[in-house]
Design a binder for this molecule. Structure first.
Ligand code: KIV
Length: 271
């Protein structure tokens, strides 16, 4: 169902209200004008230009090689397709960890140069001071805890995080600290469902789950995963809403066959 006629702009305060009213928040990623425009017209609440860009668009093995310049280019493209959704830009590896000053400067670039309305950064307690400073300057921040892909070399795998009591307790503490630092929402990635429920009940800001079960205040998926375009990664939390990868491959091979067999273009496709 298209909700494009519901053109009320989604803002940071409107997401807080959605949690208060128990209304689920729908988030998906986009990296270009066309996909952002289709998502916006379908009625998505938040569009995240994730650093998953590195894997699903740029062909890297992880999100680590993604730079500010790459992100700015894609956030600006997505911006041109959006009227209603809130646009969140993912801060890439090393764009916010080196110093608070550097983090502020880079977060500001996303708003000033690319039109983002908020930024997302990975980590709990360790990035709290940075988040506090960025938020105080008027830049809304979305947190991201649990599996944080920029730390893949430390985790060793993309497995579930928070099964052990000590880690679960740290994640609860991280969520509360992020809320106290002024984050407007927190992505919970690949944490057990009951832990996500506990965190979502303990904090007032919305939690957005990815592989974190049904008790979060909203859900996010990487669009290329749920559309079946990126098939190198198929965890059970990704529900495939389409198999576009197969469709696209078959369209490409049919075109090649037609050209080779002189079946394209036909008379009515010529001038
Ligand atoms: O980079 C990304 O797309 C993300 C989402 C998966 C939350 O961080």
């Amino acid at each position: 169902m298209s909700t494009s006629n519901n053109l009320k702009k989604v803002t940071v305060p409107s997401l807080t209200k959605m949690k208060e009213k128990g209304e689920q928040i729908a988030v998906l990623t986009a990296y270009d004008y066309l996909m952002a425009n289709m998502l916006d017209e379908a009625g998505i609440d938040v569009i995240l230009v994730g650093d998953s860009l590195g894997m699903v668009v740029l062909g890297f093995d992880s999100t680590i090689p993604v730079t500010m310049d790459m992100m700015l280019h894609h956030v600006a493209a997505a911006k041109r397709g959006i009227k209603r959704a809130l646009l969140v830009a993912d801060m890439p590896f090393l764009s916010y960890q080196i110093s608070v000053e550097k983090a502020i400067e880079n977060a500001g670039r996303f708003l000033q140069e690319a039109g983002a309305e908020a930024v997302k950064l990975e980590g709990g307690e360790i990035v709290a001071k940075t988040i506090e400073k960025i938020v105080k300057l008027g830049i809304p921040v979305m947190g991201h805890i649990g599996l944080t892909p920029q730390s893949i070399n430390q985790f060793g795998s993309y497995g579930v995080v928070g099964k052990q009591k000590k880690i679960a307790q740290q994640l609860i503490k991280d969520a509360q600290i992020l809320e106290d630092s002024g984050a407007f929402s927190i992505v919970l990635e690949k944490v057990p469902s009951d832990l996500a429920k506990e965190i979502s009940e303990k904090i007032k800001i919305p939690t957005i789950g990815i592989g974190a079960g049904k008790y979060c205040d909203g859900q996010v998926l990487v669009s290329h995963d749920m559309l079946g375009i990126y098939d190198k990664f198929n965890p059970k939390f990704v529900r495939r809403y389409a198999e576009l990868g197969k469709e696209i491959r078959s369209a490409f091979s049919n075109y090649i066959k037609d050209v080779k067999n002189n079946k394209f273009p036909a008379e009515n496709e010529s001038y």
